[in-house]
Design a protein. Structure first.
Length: 357
């Protein structure tokens, strides 16, 4: 994998839709890793702009970058369930002298349903495309493969990894339960194996024939070295890059990363309708009041979550933001992305040097 993508460092920066920027991705790629942008929260026009900017900022002729798309199942609208969810959230909106939306929308299209996004990727031919939440139809995979695009997909279990292998994807991202942001589970209604990064990475290295990229809780060179020792070809880091000035994280997100909530990240479906690991805040604490309620399907629930965050933020309350972060959040370091990559390289080298003595 590293040779094909012209990477000199076994470091993949996680896509982090809404947080990763073309500047961040290009900086990581310029430093020899694989930078990533997430386009799951935008449309084809937005994706085109992000891809073109990322490509323009990469100054290595052989520099690769990754474009990540969401391949979630099409949501099932349920007006009664959505009405009940908005009624439950109404007192929180009232706290900020606001009313909840009258109705909820499907704010993000799945790549499986988005012919325009596929057409954009085929036209722009980014070096790497990765999939989260599942796999697109076989004809879409064939079309991307015919353009010479390297394909990766997230797996949280051996079963999902076998589906990825059968689909002739080029590499697997092994996402452990420690990882920040959305779990990549194909079907959130099924039981989650909840495997940690260490166990999942080793399992997929032993039980599949594809290159494996370890993801979840990795924050420094020692963590990268551990992933490589398990047989991974690279490590994917997301939370480690949130504190970089090149990310789109706002000041409240950065402050939360340095606050006590970072020590208590939690998996929750309350914010978006799909399980995702976030820094503990007022939104995640609502789990104590959830009872038998179920949020609407992803991404319909996210429409309500974003609306609540918007009205709260206008009153200087930042406890309802989607502050995604992994269990390694307290190890985050605020420094420019290029400096962080160089630091990770030095730390990895130091570990390797000690082992060779």
């Amino acid at each position: 994998m590293l040779n094909r993508l012209n990477m000199t460092l076994p470091i993949v920066q996680a896509p982090m839709a809404g947080v990763s920027t073309p500047t961040l991705a290009a900086t990581v790629s310029n430093a020899g890793g694989l930078g990533s942008i997430g386009v799951g929260a935008t449309d084809a026009d937005g994706a085109r702009a992000m891809i073109e900017e990322t490509r323009a900022r990469i100054d290595r002729i052989d520099g690769a970058f990754n474009v990540n798309v969401f391949v979630h199942a099409s949501p099932t609208a349920d007006s009664e369930r959505e009405r009940a969810w908005l009624e439950w959230l109404a007192p929180l909106f009232a706290e900020f002298d606001a009313e909840p939306p009258k109705a909820l929308r499907t704010i993000y299209r799945s790549f499986a349903d988005d012919a325009d996004m596929l057409e954009t990727l085929l036209a722009l031919k980014p070096p790497v495309v990765s999939f989260h939440f599942g796999l697109p139809p076989a004809d879409a995979l064939s079309a991307l493969r015919a353009r010479g695009i390297y394909l990766m997909a997230t797996a949280t279990s051996l079963e999902e990894a076998h589906e990825i292998e059968a689909a002739r994807i080029d590499a697997i991202v092994a996402q452990g339960i420690e990882a920040g942001g959305h779990r990549g589970v194909f079907d959130p209604a099924k039981p989650d194996d909840a495997l940690g990064t260490l166990a999942l990475t080793r399992l997929l290295v032993r039980k599949t024939k594809l290159p494996v990229i370890a993801a979840g809780g990795i924050m420094d060179g020692a963590g990268i070295a551990a992933a490589l020792d398990l047989g991974a070809v690279a490590a994917q880091l997301g939370t480690a890059f949130v504190a970089c000035p090149e990310s789109a994280a706002d000041d409240a997100y950065r402050a939360a990363l340095n606050g006590p909530g970072a020590y208590r990240t939690t998996l929750t479906s309350l914010i978006s309708g799909r399980p995702a690991r976030a820094i503990a805040n007022r939104f995640t604490a609502l789990i104590e009041q959830l009872s038998e309620r179920r949020p609407p399907d992803y991404p319909i629930a996210y429409d309500a979550g974003k609306a609540l965050h918007t009205v709260a933020r206008a009153r200087d309350e930042h406890g309802f933001g989607a502050q995604w972060a992994g269990q390694g959040a307290p190890l985050a370091r605020a420094m420019p992305a290029a400096t962080l990559v160089e630091t990770l390289k030095d730390e990895l080298y130091a570990v390797r040097t000690r082992k060779d003595r």
